[in-house]
Design a protein around this ligand. Structure first.
Ligand SMILES: NC(=O)c1ccc[n+]([C@@H]2O[C@H](COP(=O)([O-])OP(=O)(O)OC[C@H]3O[C@@H](n4cnc5c(N)ncnc54)[C@H](O)[C@@H]3O)[C@@H](O)[C@H]2O)c1
Length: 249
């Protein structure tokens, strides 16, 4: 029960990797609050997690800053503080560079970058008080320049950029911040496989471990480790949890 009496806020927790994280944290004793735009899946996940631990789902559209602030205030009203923040939610569209418009940037930055930035700022006083931790999500697609991912790659690399700056500035407050780049069999990836089966097969074939990760076992548990006391001396790092696809130098 590594996270006994600790409250962790996770975005995009209704499904995919976010749900894997919520589940892994719940199994290790955390109180979990999570945001998602998908109400049906959010309620179903909340019910499932409530069997394990105290859990709170708040329907939030992360593209709407007022909604995000109201959601954050609900979590603080209910649990009084948070000890950890995981910015996992993201939406994007696959479009060639030449066909990319500001609309795709609005979606990628609106669901990924801006909520990450705003939630980091809103969480700061609580994390400072609790010497807490942040885990943000980026992607090998940004690091490697995967085709059709212009706006997504930009949003993900922007998330890595602000994570490293905050890791430097907030180190004196004993807040550590790391970035996970996963590959896992989420709903989002399943939908992508249907749209682009050849790209999916190529990706799996190029993974040294020849499989996608499991959202809870392979990603959620690693996120739990980076939120834990054991990882408190690690900050500002990008961690590839991708079966060996990208090897950082
Ligand atoms: N799955 C992978 O292989 C992979 C690879 C690289 C990076 N990532 C990153 O990992 C994270 C999780 O990915 P995933 O595959 O589980 O994604 P997913 O698409 O399966 O799930 C994303 C979740 O975010 C929620 N969401 C979307 N828009 C929202 C909004 N406006 N407001 C609130 N919630 C919203 C969705 O409802 C969903 O529950 C993302 O940051 C993604 O970019 C995933």
């Amino acid at each position: 029960m590594k996270f006994k009496d600790k409250t962790i806020l996770v975005t995009g927790g209704a499904g995919g990797i976010g749900k894997g994280i919520v589940t892994a944290l719940a199994k290790q004793g955390a109180r979990v609050a999570f945001f998602d735009i998908n109400e049906d899946k959010g309620k179903a996940t909340e019910e499932e997690i409530n069997e394990i631990t105290e859990c709170m789902f708040v329907k939030v559209n992360l593209m709407d800053k007022d909604d995000l602030i109201a959601g954050f205030n609900k979590v603080i009203d209910n649990y009084s503080t948070i000890h950890g923040l995981v910015n996992c939610a993201q939406a994007s569209k696959n479009v060639s560079f030449m066909d990319t418009t500001e609309a795709e940037f609005e979606l990628s930055f609106g669901t990924g970058f801006w909520p990450t930035f705003h939630l980091m700022k809103l969480s700061y006083p609580h994390l400072k008080e609790n010497q807490g931790t942040i885990v943000n999500f980026a992607s090998g697609a940004g690091l490697e320049g995967m085709p059709t991912q212009t706006s997504y790659a930009a949003a993900k690399e922007a998330i890595r950029g602000i994570s490293r700056v905050a890791a430097t500035e907030w180190g004196q407050d004993n807040i550590n911040i790391n970035i996970i780049c996963p590959i896992a069999e989420s709903e989002g990836v399943r939908a992508w496989r249907e749209r682009m089966p050849e790209a999916y097969d190529k990706m799996v074939n190029e993974i040294p471990l020849k499989r996608l990760g499991d959202c809870e076992q392979d990603i959620g548990r690693v996120v739990a480790f980076y939120l834990s006391e054991e990882a408190k001396f690690i900050t500002g790092q990008t961690i590839m949890v991708d079966g060996g696809s990208v090897k950082l130098r």
